[in-house]
Design a binder for this molecule. Structure first.
Ligand code: G3H
Ligand code: 13P
Ligand code: ZN
Length: 333
């Protein structure tokens, strides 16, 4: 058993309370490799932003859970070396799907876990979430739960609406599970294709897709039922068109990729939404930078010469999110 406290990590309780009071959101960035982690820590240290490092099942399979945890431990020291005296770094399990995986992360030094029972029937979601909360809270590890199903690109609009979080369920769910934060479904979804072209309009000047707005009425209703309760938004990448264009210019093929407009995330960050999950944008930044180097310097074969620019691009992206979208800069001096 390793306590995250010995590793210099923090849980989400205090960061969320401050974020709600202060009208900003904490960035939750996924990481799978060293370059992403370096970029996240550099951006957070330079802006003095609290940060959540997220580890998904895909990341655990790709990089190994043990190695990722040691990397996060190293990240605390790296942050201090960068001059961040009191780093506020949370190590979080993203989309945990069983009690066992959540327990193994709690036992191994994670400071926060998500149990995603959103695809289960309501009562089963409650039962599983409650079990994880009871275990995690013994070690002061915070727990994120999910209610409502994030839309998949294959769903039609009708189906998406019926998967939004039902505000009438949230009091019962939060009370019976004891979860510390709640991920809700208001129209975001994972990946770089968040909406089908037929759900969007087209900007007549650029020809780019303009997605429909998020369901802020659902968010408002949830906040009314659970005043001051930490709300989480998954699937919150904006899919910057400049990265999509670079990727497509240099041999990629991402037709009609579309994300959540930044102004909608800015609005959400000012509300009880205090954790905003971003993964795809980092993948796009990395891929755009690598494709550019490959196209412009075909003789290059030193991975540092293309992973380095990718890391720089991701650092720029993370700083932009922190300062211009979430407003979490300067909140962890
Ligand atoms: O929740 C989705 C995250 O972007 C993680 O994705 O399972 O491919 O690592 P992944
Ligand atoms: P994006 O695919 O929009 O980056 O969402 C990531 C996420 O929600 C991770 O849990
Ligand atoms: Zn997610």
């Amino acid at each position: 058993m390793v306590s995250y406290k010995e590793l210099g990590l923090v849980n989400t309780r205090e960061m969320f309370a401050k974020a709600i009071d202060g009208g900003y959101a904490i960035p939750a960035f996924n990481f799978n490799n060293m370059e992403q982690l370096q970029a996240i820590i550099k951006a957070s240290a330079e802006t003095k932003s609290p940060v959540i490092l997220q580890v998904s099942k895909g990341a655990r399979n790709y990089a190994n859970q043990t190695l990722l945890r040691y990397m996060a431990q190293g990240a605390v020291e790296y942050a201090k070396e960068l001059g961040w005296e009191h780093p506020q770094i949370c190590l979080h399990l993203d989309h945990g799907d069983t009690f066992e995986v959540c327990k193994s992360c709690v036992d191994f030094g994670f400071s926060s876990v998500m149990i995603d029972g959103s695809s289960l029937p309501y009562e089963e979601n409650i039962e599983l979430t409650k079990k994880v909360v009871e275990y995690a809270h013994q070690f002061d590890v915070t727990v994120e739960a999910e209610l409502g199903v994030l839309a998949g690109v294959e769903d039609d609009v009708q189906a998406e609406e019926s998967h939004y979080t039902k505000p009438e369920e949230v009091i019962d769910f939060a009370t019976r599970t004891g979860c510390d934060s709640l991920a809700i479904s208001i129209g975001t979804s994972h990946g770089a294709y968040k909406f089908k072209p037929e759900q969007c309009t087209r900007d007549p000047k650029t020809g780019k897709l303009v997605p429909p707005p998020l369901a802020f009425d659902v968010l408002d209703a949830v906040m009314e039922k659970l005043p001051g309760f930490p709300i989480v938004l998954h699937g919150s990448s904006s899919v910057p068109q400049e990265y999509v264009d670079i990727i497509n210019t240099y041999g990629g093929n991402l037709p009609d990729a579309v994300g959540i407009p930044e102004e909608q995330l800015r609005k959400a960050a000012k509300s009880a939404v205090c954790k905003i999950n971003i993964d795809s944008d980092s993948r796009l930044a990395f891929t755009a930078a690598v494709r550019k180097v490959f196209a412009e310097k075909p003789g290059e074969f030193d991975p540092r010469k293309y992973c380095g620019p990718a890391r720089d691009e991701m650092t720029k992206l993370y700083k932009h999110k922190i300062i211009e979208v979430l407003g979490s800069d300067g909140k962890a001096e």
